[in-house]
Design a protein around this ligand. Structure first.
Ligand SMILES: [Zn+2]
Length: 413
């Protein structure tokens, strides 16, 4: 049997960077190469229905073991194959630093890329473990190829150990999570799992059942353009109105730079500017719908205050829903998270509950009818040249998947 490390290194070498500007699905052809190879790998392991669909989604089934109760729900395990558009994923050279002892890990292709214990407190849990990094010029892609490797390895284990009882297990590997389109064509009914888990989290022991609720707000400021040489008393410069609005956004609260934990924010991140029309796009984030509405009202008030300072200027506001806190759904199915916590404890780990200050595919899937919390995969320093994962954490994640498969048919509440 291949180890989770061998698999992870093999997958990390594929360039599967996604691209938000692309209009194809998946957004890049590199993802399809890995997805096809994963479908073939699952089929070769004996998963007879391993399949890749026209969008690139790979699915497969581990049939229930004989004698498990008929009402055992089908459980899914999901990971994404793409890597972040923010950092190169071409030519990734994974390096295994054996028996980590707290030393600086200097990455060979860029002397300024140094993974230091003092900057990465989570490394203190890895003394004596094997830490995998890239070589300094690319991300590693543990987000989320660690999750992919863990699911494939757990599947192989379950196939080889018929003595571990479990219900029907469904596997899915998805493209384009990093560009927010991971579930765009995901067919929940065809997937056929009652509950699922994404393996796309950080430190060992983490179980995440809360994500942000997220909207995107566009404020379009409309001015009046005319020849600047003859503009006295006539021109209204929408760029100046928008700049005034942005300057009045709160700085010491409600911004990404000044919040953490359960505090949300408003975050201007794209600007399209001209004298006649300038639009500002803002991310709105909170953990509750009420909090989102409050923040949107505050942004609206600031936008109206800005136009009031520029007589004749106008503003148009539009809000688009991005995703909602998965907790709204998961609270209705508490056993989904309870089983995950039990699986973590059975692996000899302490359960760490954490909120996701972002969204996962599970945020969307939960609202599409498939309650899907997120489990640790061992990922650290997401989307960075200093991304790392520990081999022992990946092995623990494999154990947690196997435990979960068993728990759902033996200890189900
Ligand atoms: Zn991820």
């Amino acid at each position: 049997m291949a180890s989770v490390l061998e698999r992870f290194i093999r997958y990390a070498r594929y360039d599967t960077q996604s691209d938000e500007r692309s209009t194809t699905y998946p957004s890049t052809p590199g993802q399809l190469i890995l997805l096809r190879d994963l479908a073939a790998e699952l089929a070769a392991m004996g998963l007879a229905d391993a399949n890749i669909d026209s969008y690139g989604y790979v699915t497969a089934t581990i049939p229930a073991t004989p004698g498990v109760p008929d009402d055992t729900p089908a459980i899914g395990f999901i990971a994404h194959v793409d890597t972040s558009p923010e950092m190169s994923g071409a030519g990734v050279k994974p390096i295994v630093h054996r028996n980590y002892d707290g030393r600086d890990l200097v990455l060979p292709d860029d002397a300024t890329a140094v993974l230091r214990l003092e900057d990465n407190p989570d490394l203190s849990d890895q003394i004596g473990h094997d830490v995998v990094t890239a070589s300094g010029t690319t991300l590693l892609g543990a987000d989320d190829k660690a999750g992919v490797a863990e699911i494939v390895t757990a599947a192989e284990y379950l196939i080889a150990h018929a003595d571990v009882p479990h219900g029907r297990i469904r596997i899915a590997f998805t493209p384009d999570e990093e560009v927010g389109r991971g579930t765009a064509h995901f067919d929940v009914a065809r997937f056929g799992a009652r509950y699922a888990y994404t393996l796309d989290g950080g430190s060992r022991g983490e179980v995440e059942s809360e994500s942000f609720s997220a909207d995107a707000l566009t404020a379009t400021f409309i001015g009046f353009n005319t020849h600047p040489g003859y503009a006295r008393g006539r021109m209204i410069n929408a760029i100046k109105v928008a700049a005034d609005f942005i300057a009045h956004l709160p700085a010491d609260r409600l911004s990404p730079e000044t919040t953490d934990g359960y505090d949300g924010f408003v975050h201007p991140y794209v600007l399209h500017a001209s004298v006649d029309r300038t639009s500002v796009r803002l991310l709105i984030r909170d953990f509750t719908r009420g909090g989102l509405v409050e923040k949107e009202s505050e942004v609206e008030a600031l936008a109206r205050a800005a136009i009031a300072r520029f007589p004749g200027a106008r503003v148009e506001l539009a809000v688009e829903e991005s995703y909602r806190n998965m907790r709204e759904i998961l609270d209705q199915h508490p056993h989904v998270v309870e089983c995950a916590c039990e699986a973590v404890r059975q692996a000899g780990l302490e359960v760490k509950r954490r909120v996701i200050r972002g969204g996962t595919d599970g945020s969307k899937l939960s609202f599409m009818g498939l309650p899907t919390p997120n489990l640790f995969a061992g990922e650290h320093n997401f989307h960075s040249r200093l991304e790392w994962v520990s081999v022992q954490d990946m092995e623990k994640a494999v154990e947690v998947i196997v435990n979960l498969a068993r728990i759902w048919c033996t200890k189900r509440p």
